[in-house]
Structures are given as structure tokens and as C-alpha cells.
Design a protein around this ligand. Structure first.
Ligand code: GTP
Length: 686
């Protein structure tokens, strides 16, 4: 067998030897963390990464992708032949529609076990591959798995897509539904229908998916199966007789699901004889292979070595590797119509892989598929390295993480208070916190994260429009008077579901957050209410869900969808310390909130700022208008300590000198704001 170690090994003692070993390690471990560790070793030996790159450029042979896959991932010919025997009429692509935590991942594991795709009793939640996903028990990225299922004497090829349940990842959900013919509508028997069940149901329904109701967690004492069945009929107009009650955890009744999938979900209705069209559904980065694409072969057949073109960028590629996810990558000689699998086209960066793009054969190009809309970031935060951490080191790490999460947008930014940093855009607050967790977990980096802001819009008098992602770019009051036509803030439609007894409190919360009621529905039997409100996005990201959960003792569930922009009297509030603006803390807000927030800000900042040798004035200001002010008295040095006798004139002279000195200090003194002050001010807890 060929291995990396016997491909062109440079002699011992040669600088290339270390480089060769490094690449070998990286390949063998296929792990970026390993690469980072190795890089530190290299630094110790005085070999920079640039040197590795130079060596690579000068012909230091990088292992060829195909070579690698034949070494490590030989095609399972038996499996390939078995799949080839299955006609497209026996393919079923399906997904699981559910509210967060209703048991999608657990049920997926059971289905994988049932079909022999993973051994029984494997590590829990096979499809949740990211560490954060396993630890926090939530699915962030949609994962796909191909299963072979033997039913009534015939083989079926099933593609299961496990979708994220959390609202922030709605884009992932709709993308996964697009490659499916049907879905299991999973409802937790102890909780009944929740906000996201409703939102995800409508999304699946609008895409024409065939839905099979499944009631999960029937093993729980407080499971209420009749309620769930009734909700299925009344809310979704589905026949409750077709529902399958299961316990994904214990495996009860799970064997009834796949026959229903085969009988009720239609096979993909595509054509193998048409020219190739593959829909790019997802992509991720692998240190060794580069960008890996998840594709849905809509028409035609894609083979290894095929020359293909991207319908979007018109860039040309060669198919270096492809196969199915079973559940890990299993190379195959080809992927044909109706199959969902991975492909490696030798793309270097994730930005080349535009989700929704169509991959076609060169010379046989047809109309590209409609594709998807890329999700727009909804929350932006500024991030700055904490004291003692180098910008450059963190920059590499952050970019590495962004490589794997294309929904994160990143830009460099400069703050006079916190130095060089980044402005990072996320799909929602959970997305932001998951990313922060990942950063801290994988690299132990400490960051100062500023308060979340949402993208505001400025309509200029000349008819143009600017999206403001950073409060720093918000126009000053003087410019507003002369050049600005209107200021707009983003709005979301929030769908909440909770027990009726909390209705009054929840309405009050929404009204206090400048909400406008859209709809209120009482769900039968369960004493649940489904309430819909239009709420400014800035309020939603300000821990709205946390407050809602607090009010309803954790019973409320929430979902939201984009509802466009509306005109609003917006102002930028700044925090000034001795007249100097602390730019990283500035925020855009509704005028009606400014005074109250201003008073809170100055009080809060005072709490975290140490007394200086001179008087410190903390102000909250809108343009030149001061909204609130706090003063920290100067720290006083006891200049009389050494004076023994009580000579009154001497005492007065010393105190006079001190006063003079302070006056000078105030003029030249610069307030040192410790990092803890920022961290304390920005932290949520008091
Ligand atoms: N008692 C009981 N618990 C279950 C059952 N199915 C899942 N659970 C538990 O419910 C919790 C959530 O399950 P997951 O499978 O992670 O839920 P999910 O819907 O995939 O969650 P997201 O990935 O975040 O959308 C876990 O603690 C499971 O162990 C069941 O049938 N019975």
C-alpha cells in the first residue's frame, strides 16, 4: 500500500524533511487543530508557514486527491453494485420537520441503526457531528445520510436529511427541504405542537412535501398522545389515523416509520437521460480535501474525472472525488439522478461554493436550477482580542472557523478604544453564541464582544440607500438634517406559543418591546395560545426570547420570520468619557429609548471604571446633546500624611498645590479604561 511516508521523503536533516513531516501529519490526522499545533512546533524550529507554502509551490509534491482517496477510501465495490441495481423509482429523499428538542437527531440515529448504517448503540446523535452540536444538543448544520433499506424483498435507497430545529438556522432547513420529496412531522407528545412545528410545517407544506405525522416520546409519563393527534387534525389538516406513535429513545414502534416512508413519500421525478444538473445544497471545508460539496443530482449522472462548470461563476472544475454519506464519506464511481451525495471539485475556498449553484457538464450546459436565496446576517457584533492576545493569531483562528460556517460574515474593523478587531455578522443570537462558544472551545481565545446591532437602512435624499451594520457609520445629526430622507429599522414577525395563563404577561412584554399584534389563536384542548406580533429586530436580539422564557417559566416557544423594514426615529447614542467618545460602545436605537438607556449606561459604566487621579465625567450623548451624566470623584492622595505639627498655613499650601496639580492633570490626563470595564459593561449579568 502506498502511504504518504514513502512518497518523496526528503533526507533527514534537510529543512524540507520537517515540512514533509508536517504535511504528513496534517494528512494523517485531517485535523486543523493538529495543523495549528504543528505550526507552533514549526515556529519553535524557526520554520514559518510561509516556508511550507514556498516549498509546496516549488514542487514539493502535495498528495493528489484521487491518490488519497484510493489509499484511504477505496470504493466499496459491493455497495456500489448494490446501489446501481436500485432504480430511481425506489429512491426516497426525506427529512424530519420538528420543533427544537422534539427528538429529530435521536430518531435519525434509530433509523440509521435500523438500516444497519451504524452499529446499534453507537455514540449518541450520529448526525450531529460538530462538537458544539453534541454538547449543546442542538443541530446547527443540516446533515445528510444515505441508507439502504430492504423492504418486501427489494432494496430502497433512502436519503435522510437531519435539519436544524432552531430558528436562526431557517435557511439550512429550507435548503434541506428542497432536496426532499417528503418529511416526517415529528411532535413531542409531552409538549404538543410548538411555534417551530408550525413554522416548519408551513415551510414544508409550501414546498409540496408529503408529510407523515410521528408522535415522539410516548414513553414519558406526561405524554399526551390524544392532544397531539387532535392538533395534527385541527392545525395541519392531516389524518391523525396515519400518525405513528413512537419512542425514539427506546426504539418503540420506530420500525413502522420506514415502511410508511417507502409507501407514502414519492420517488424523485427526475430524468437520468437529461443533461447533468446538480444542485449545490451545502459545503464545508476539509483541511486535506479542500472544499467538499453536498449535491443533489437533479438530472443526469456525475462521474469521477468529469469536467464540470459552475452555472453561477462559470468556473471550470474536474470531479476529483464523489460518493455518498453513509454516514461517513464513501467514495462511489458515480452519482446518478435523485441521489444526494458529496463531491470534491478541487475548490480552494468556501466562497467558490455558492449554495444554490448548479453544476453542469462543460459543453452540455442547460438552464441552471432556480437556486436559493443566501441568508442575510441579522445580528452584527464587534469582536476585539482581549488584552495580551495578538490580533494576528486570533485573526487566523477566526478565519479558520468562518471557513466552516459560510453563514458567518466577517470584516475587519478598527476602534479607537479597543484597537483592531472584527465585525461579525450572524443569522441570529443563538448563531452568534454558538460561534463564540466554538471559538472559545477550540482555541481558548478570549474576546471582547460588543452589544449586538441589527442592520439599519438610511434612505438618502438623492434616492440611494445604505445599510448600516456598524453604529460608527450612522450619519451625524447634522448630515441627517441636510442629506437624509428617512431612517429604517428591520422588523420581524414573531410567532409565540405558550400556555394561556401567561397571555397577559406576554402581551405586556410585546407592547413594551414596541410590538404590534398581528394574530392570536387559541389552540384547542391544550390551553395553548399561538400569538403573532411584529417586533423590531433590535428588540428581538436584545434577549427577547430569554425574557419570554422567564415570564412563562420556560414554557414558551418562539419562531420568527423576516418582515421587512419600517421607518423609525433612530438616533445614535455614544458614551463619552471626559469628552472622548468610546466608539466600541456606541449604539443605534429608537429615540424613545434613548433617555432611559442613557441613564442606565452612565450608571453601569461608572460601576466598572476605577477612580482616576482626576475627576472623570461619563456622559451619554446623542450628537452634541447630553442625555445623562455621572461623575467619578478624583482619587485623593493624602498630601498631609507627612505633616506632623498642625501648621495651618503649611496645610493650606499643600492642599492648594494639590488642587492646582489636579487641574493640570484633568487637562492632560487620559482616562485609562481597563478591559474589565468593557467586559463588565457589556456582560448581561449585573
Ligand atoms: N424520553 C424520551 N426522550 C427523548 C426521546 N427522543 C428524544 N429524547 C430526548 O430529547 C432530547 C432532544 O432530542 P434531540 O434528538 O437532540 O432533539 P432534536 O430535535 O434533534 O434537537 P435539535 O437538533 O436541537 O433540533 C434529548 O435529550 C433526547 O434524549 C424519546 O422518545 N423519549
Amino acid at each position: 500500500m502506498i502511504s504518504w511516508s514513502n512518497i518523496c521523503a526528503p533526507p533527514r536533516g534537510c529543512a524540507r524533511r520537517l515540512v514533509w513531516q508536517t504535511i504528513g501529519y496534517i494528512c494523517a490526522n485531517r485535523d486543523t487543530r493538529y495543523a495549528v499545533r504543528t505550526r507552533r512546533q514549526l515556529d519553535r524550529h524557526g520554520v514559518g508557514i510561509a516556508r511550507i507554502q514556498t516549498h509546496l509551490r516549488r514542487g514539493f509534491r502535495k498528495p493528489d486527491v484521487r491518490e488519497y482517496s484510493t489509499i484511504n477510501n477505496d470504493i466499496d465495490l459491493e455497495l456500489a453494485a448494490r446501489i446501481d441495481q436500485i432504480p430511481i423509482s425506489r429512491y426516497r429523499n426525506f427529512s424530519i420537520v420538528a420543533h427544537v428538542d422534539h427528538g429529530k437527531s435521536t430518531l435519525s440515529d434509530r433509523l440509521l441503526e435500523l438500516t444497519g448504517t451504524i452499529p446499534v448503540g453507537s455514540v449518541g446523535q450520529f448526525l450531529d457531528r460538530l462538537d458544539v452540536e453534541r454538547e449543546r444538543g442542538i443541530t446547527v448544520k443540516a446533515q445528510t445520510c444515505t441508507m439502504l433499506y430492504h423492504y418486501k424483498g427489494e432494496d430502497y435507497l433512502l436519503h435522510l436529511v437531519d435539519t436544524p430545529g432552531h430558528v436562526d438556522f431557517r435557511a439550512e432547513v429550507s435548503r434541506s427541504y428542497a432536496s426532499c420529496g417528503g418529511a416526517l412531522l415529528l411532535i413531542d407528545a409531552s409538549q404538543g405542537v410548538q411555534a417551530q412545528t408550525v413554522a416548519n410545517f408551513f415551510l414544508a407544506y409550501s414546498l409540496g412535501l408529503e408529510l407523515i405525522p410521528v408522535i415522539n416520546k410516548i414513553d414519558l409519563d406526561h405524554a399526551n398522545i390524544p392532544r397531539a393527534l387532535e392538533q395534527i387534525e385541527t392545525m395541519f389538516e392531516l389524518d391523525s389515523d396515519t400518525a405513528i406513535p413512537v419512542s425514539a429513545k427506546r426504539g418503540t414502534n420506530v420500525e413502522k416509520i420506514l415502511p410508511a416512508v417507502v409507501e407514502r413519500i414519492p420517488a424523485p421525478a427526475n430524468n437520468i437521460d437529461k443533461p447533468l444538473r446538480c444542485l449545490l445544497v451545502d459545503s464545508w471545508f476539509d483541511t486535506y480535501l479542500g472544499v467538499i460539496l453536498l449535491i443533489n443530482v437533479v438530472d443526469g449522472v456525475l462521474k469521477r474525472g468529469d469536467k464540470v462548470i459552475s452555472g453561477h461563476s462559470r468556473k471550470r472544475y474536474e470531479v476529483k472525488d464523489l460518493g455518498i454519506l453513509h454516514p461517513d464519506r464513501k467514495p462511489m464511481p458515480h452519482l446518478s439522478t435523485g441521489q444526494v451525495g458529496y463531491a470534491v471539485l478541487g475548490m480552494k475556498t468556501i466562497t467558490e461554493a455558492l449554495v444554490g449553484d448548479t453544476i453542469m457538464h462543460i459543453g452540455n450546459e442547460v438552464e441552471p436550477l432556480p437556486g436559493f436565496e443566501e441568508p442575510q446576517p441579522m445580528v452584527f457584533v464587534g469582536a476585539f482580542p482581549a488584552e495580551g492576545i495578538e490580533f494576528q493569531t486570533l485573526d487566523d483562528r477566526i478565519n479558520q472557523l468562518v471557513l466552516n460556517d459560510r453563514s458567518v460574515s466577517i470584516q475587519r474593523e478598527n476602534s479607537n478604544a479597543l484597537g483592531q478587531g472584527w465585525r461579525i455578522g450572524f443569522l441570529g443570537t443563538l448563531h452568534a453564541s454558538v460561534f463564540q462558544d466554538r471559538l472559545q472551545k477550540e482555541y481558548g481565545a478570549s474576546l471582547i464582544i460588543t452589544a449586538p446591532t441589527v442592520p439599519y437602512k438610511v434612505l438618502w435624499k438623492d434616492g440611494s440607500e445604505t445599510v448600516i451594520r456598524n453604529p460608527d457609520d450612522f450619519p451625524d445629526p447634522a448630515i441627517q438634517k441636510t442629506k437624509v430622507q428617512d431612517l429604517l429599522e428591520p422588523i420581524v414577525k414573531v410567532i409565540m406559543s405558550f400556555p394561556q395563563e401567561y397571555l397577559g404577561d406576554v402581551i405586556e412584554l410585546c407592547e413594551n418591546n414596541r410590538g404590534t399584534q398581528v394574530d392570536m389563536t387559541f389552540l384547542s384542548q391544550g390551553n395553548q395560545v399561538l400569538l403573532q406580533y411584529l417586533v423590531p429586530t433590535s428588540h428581538l436580539v436584545d434577549d427577547f426570547f430569554g425574557k419570554l422564557k422567564g415570564l412563562t417559566k420556560g414554557y414558551a416557544t418562539l419562531d420568527y420570520e423576516d418582515a421587512g423594514y419600517q421607518s423609525a426615529p433612530l438616533v445614535k447614542m455614544q458614551l463619552l468619557v471626559n469628552g472622548n467618545s468610546v466608539d466600541a460602545l456606541a449604539q443605534v436605537m429608537h429615540r424613545s429609548l434613548a433617555e432611559k438607556r442613557g441613564r442606565e449606561w452612565v450608571k453601569r459604566f461608572k460601576k466598572f471604571l476605577r477612580a482616576q487621579l482626576f475627576e472623570t465625567v461619563i456622559q451619554a450623548a446623542i450628537g452634541s446633546k447630553i442625555v445623562a451624566r455621572e461623575t467619578i470623584a478624583a482619587r485623593r492622595k493624602d498630601v498631609l500624611a507627612k505633616l506632623h505639627a498642625s501648621d495651618i498655613t503649611r496645610r493650606q499650601k499643600l492642599l492648594r498645590n494639590q488642587k492646582e496639580g489636579k487641574k493640570n492633570l484633568r487637562m492632560i490626563g487620559k482616562v485609562t479604561i481597563p478591559q474589565e470595564a468593557y467586559q463588565g459593561f457589556l456582560s448581561k449579568s449585573e
